[in-house]
Design a protein around this ligand. Structure first.
Ligand SMILES: CC(C)(COP(=O)(O)OP(=O)(O)OC[C@H]1O[C@@H](n2cnc3c(N)ncnc32)[C@H](O)[C@@H]1OP(=O)(O)O)[C@@H](O)C(=O)NCCC(=O)NCCS
Length: 282
């Protein structure tokens, strides 16, 4: 059986009757490849069933959930003052100098089963959850979250306090995907499997969920999730916070407008200057 088949087989078995030692061996092999970045929650693909150049490996999420099921509570406390308890299957990632990742001291955690490429910089405090994939040269700034299974490309800037949602809880099928050279401004939230295509700029404070329509003022289009496609932000789009009026007598009477992200422009030289990364910080 392939690793995928073994994971699915154990996942489908009743927790009480499953051969725990065998399942743990399979899970540890699975986590080894997750740690290497050789197994991913979503892969680039143009095969049938792929969405915007990405196909989801739903069995990877099953593998992670299997790990939670198999794990027993473990005391990770380094001493009597700092007390940590978590599942035995999900310790912290065992990073070393050889990984080439810069983890600035101070309240940051990178969970085992995530992949972090060389030349990633993580400013404290930040959290990178299981199944996440963070590619080369990306900056994960303070108070940023890279949620479970989120896929973040090369040279992405996740600014301070940006939250990239995960797929484990609440249950979602598609992980959030942020492609290469995307700039995500401070205090953004990107959730529920949104795909942000290459070189897009998400302005400070923009929240994208599966239910958020995005109004493209340049192309006169509205982007939203459909039954078969998540919310997709086009390549090079510059998205900022906007608002729109709500129909209905009551809403009109009270001048109610709701938050909506808008594409104000597509990336130009001015945007490049506003979002340029400082090489010497890397
Ligand atoms: C999106 C962003 C990069 C601006 O891009 P830009 O290409 O320089 O945008 P422009 O200045 O050409 O703006 C285009 C229009 O949108 C407006 N606009 C731009 N950003 C806006 C924002 N965040 N909110 C509201 N309006 C905004 C501008 O006023 C301009 O409108 P105008 O022509 O009527 O004046 C910037 O707003 C932003 O959010 N930067 C991220 C900052 C950040 O979070 N840094 C992290 C540090 S940790």
């Amino acid at each position: 059986m392939t690793l995928k088949e073994q994971i699915e087989d154990f996942f489908n078995q009743d927790a009480g009757s499953l051969d725990r030692d065998a399942a743990l061996r399979t899970f540890n092999e699975f986590k080894f490849f997750l740690n290497q970045g050789e197994i991913r929650a979503a892969d680039r693909s143009t095969e049938d069933g792929s969405v915007d150049g990405w196909s989801v490996n739903s069995w990877v999420k099953k593998g992670i959930l299997l790990g939670f099921r198999l794990g027993q509570m473990h005391d990770y406390s380094p001493n009597a003052q700092f007390r940590y308890f978590d599942k035995s299957t999900f310790p912290l990632k065992s990073l070393s100098l050889e990984h080439g990742v810069r983890v600035v001291p101070g309240g940051t955690s990178v969970r085992d089963g995530s992949f972090v490429a060389p030349n990633v910089v993580i400013m404290p405090p930040a959290y990178i959850n299981v199944g996440a994939y963070v590619d080369e040269g990306t900056m994960v700034d303070s108070h940023a979250l890279v949620g479970s299974c989120a896929q973040v490309g090369k040279r992405v800037h996740l600014s301070a306090a940006t939250q990239v949602g995960g797929v484990l809880e609440p249950v979602g099928a598609m992980p959030v995907i942020i492609e290469d050279d995307v700039m995500v401004g401070g205090n953004c939230g990107i959730y529920e499997g949104a795909i942000v295509k290459r070189r897009a700029v998400i302005g400070a404070g923009v929240i994208l969920t599966g239910s958020t329509p995005v109004y493209d003022l340049v192309k006169g289009a509205i982007y939203r999730r459909t039954a078969t496609r998540p919310l997709v932000i086009p390549e090079g789009a510059v998205v900022i916070q906007g608002s729109r009026h709500i129909d209905g007598d009551f809403a009109r009477q009270h001048h109610i407008a709701i938050y909506t992200p808008v594409i104000i422009k597509y990336r130009d030289e001015k945007t490049d200057a506003a979002t340029a990364l400082e090489e010497s910080l890397r």
